[in-house]
Design a protein around this ligand. Structure first.
Ligand SMILES: [Zn+2]
Ligand SMILES: [Zn+2]
Length: 361
């Protein structure tokens, strides 16, 4: 046998032996890897301390009621300086907040845009996570338009048994009974202006404004300013002049987006499968959402520095679908544009004009 062929054979044998040894020892190896991952996730008691001063956005849910491997129910984490706020609590919100290495115990308040199920179906889990991780003696303050009391009453009721189990099992020092659940902070929007300042401090302002998601009334979006950086969350809405008004000059517009062309494929599929009620829903939802092109028109008119689509409808199971989803959006709005997925992280550092888009640092 040639010398070279012999060497190759020996390397092959050695690799096979190493692979067999790794397989044999896979339990201790994977446990060591898991330990490293857990240590990395839990290393910082205050994960916000390492972030640069500014506004940060984490997508803890970039999807809609549809199942989408990359996109959970609507949820946006906003870090303003060292303060953590959550906007909407769709399915998977609490889990994605943990995946982004944020501490649910640090959530100062939750803001809801409206009470469609996809925006609240992670609420119970999120309130529980925050309660235990904070060992909170005060329920989570939840801000939202009219109807909030009913929603919170329902969640607080549904979780009452679980509250009892947790306190009995872990003790009142970890699960203090009085801190369970959420407290409604309901706001009214004055008809004349359609907007209300909910929080006004020199460095931090949060404003709610009415959007158009009829027959869902009320439905709101939010504008958040921290120092010299600002962003708007559209909430669910058809193309809205209020979103355009509130977005004037902001650094980041997070806008919902629905593709009628791609959704029609689902509608036709349900229709052909003899599922007319679902086919009708696919048809109906088009008229109270915004297309990517319409959102791009708003972003261009408002002069925003960056546009991120969230609340993506329908699911996009293939990355090659992006151009079909966007249609002409990237031509209409020529600034930085992104189709959001869970875990996306956008940084607006204070005292700069930079927009950092990527994953959680
Ligand atoms: Zn929705
Ligand atoms: Zn909705």
């Amino acid at each position: 046998m040639q010398r070279r062929a012999k060497t190759v054979l020996w390397i092959g044998v050695l690799l096979a032996v190493a692979a067999a040894a790794a397989w044999w020892q896979r339990a201790p190896i994977t446990v060591a890897l898991m330990t490293r991952q857990v240590n990395a996730m839990t290393a910082a008691a205050d994960p916000l301390a390492a972030l640069p001063d500014g506004l940060h956005v984490g997508l803890c849910g970039a999807g809609s009621p549809f199942p989408d491997d990359q996109r959970s129910g609507p949820c946006t984490a906003v870090v303003a300086g060292r303060r953590l706020f959550i906007f909407d609590a769709g399915s998977g919100a609490g889990r994605n907040i943990a995946r982004m290495r944020l501490n649910a115990g640090q959530i100062e308040a939750l803001f809801l845009t409206h009470y469609h199920s996809d925006h609240i179906d992670g609420l119970g889990e999120l309130m529980l996570q925050r309660w235990i991780q904070r060992t909170s003696k005060e329920p989570l303050p939840v801000h939202g338009p009219a109807g909030l009391e009913k929603v919170l009453e329902g969640f607080n009721d549904a979780y009452t048994l679980d509250k009892g189990y947790r306190t009995a099992h872990h003790g009142a020092a970890v699960a203090p009974s009085e801190g369970f659940g959420g407290t409604p902070r309901t706001f009214e929007l004055p008809a004349a202006t359609g907007r209300k300042v909910l929080l006004a401090e020199p460095d931090l302002e949060i404003v709610a404004f009415a959007v158009d998601h009829g027959p869902v009334h009320p439905a709101v979006g939010y504008r958040i300013r921290y120092k010299d950086r600002s962003l708007v969350i559209s909430g669910d809405t058809r193309k809205s002049a209020a979103v355009a008004r509130e977005s004037q000059g902001v650094d980041l517009l997070l806008h919902e987006a629905l593709s009628p062309q791609l959704l029609a494929i689902l509608g036709q599929g349900f229709s052909q499968a003899g599922r007319p009620s679902l086919a009708k829903v696919m048809h109906d939802v088009v008229n109270y959402h915004t297309t990517p092109e319409e959102a791009a028109e708003i972003a261009r008119a408002a002069g925003v520095k960056a546009l991120v689509f969230n609340h993506i409808v329908p699911p996009l199971p293939l990355s090659g679908l992006d151009p079909a989803f966007l249609q002409r959006a990237a031509t209409i709005y020529t600034g930085p544009l992104r189709i959001g997925v869970d875990g996306d992280w956008i940084t607006l550092a204070a005292g700069s004009t930079s927009v950092g888009m990527g994953k959680r640092p």
